[in-house]
Design a protein. Sequence first.
Length: 154
Amino acid sequence: AARSPPEVVNGGHLTRGALGLILSYHTVLQRIAADPHEDHVYVVAEDDAVLHDDFSPRLRSCLDALEQVDPRWDLLHVGYYEDDCSLKAIEGPASEFLCRPVKVYGLFGAAFRPRGARALLEQLFPLDEQIDSALANVYGAVSAYATRPALMHA
């Protein structure tokens, strides 16, 4: 399993795989954005993502913590390179499960709500860099969090 992204693709270099991921996310976000039920949560994962053994109960704990901290959250990173990212701690009991993303590499998995999908479609696209790098530019426009630790890897 990959632990750190190769130097050449870290950030801006758009490989075929990066372009495919951008197109896939654009399509998936459009479908999520069309859902009129704002409380629905969609988990999107890369096809080669490996879920940790305790994925389901840990995700439930993270979602419960989010409801306490920020009931209107938009995006939750659940799979990313833990050793190549910048995360900001949050205060309180939810800090056991959650943090705020500053710069996250790897988009192995993420959870979205319809409102968040609409905001990302508006704020994020079109892209001229890899989607995980571009997300750092829109964290101020969406309510974004990351699980602590990541719940999947690739």
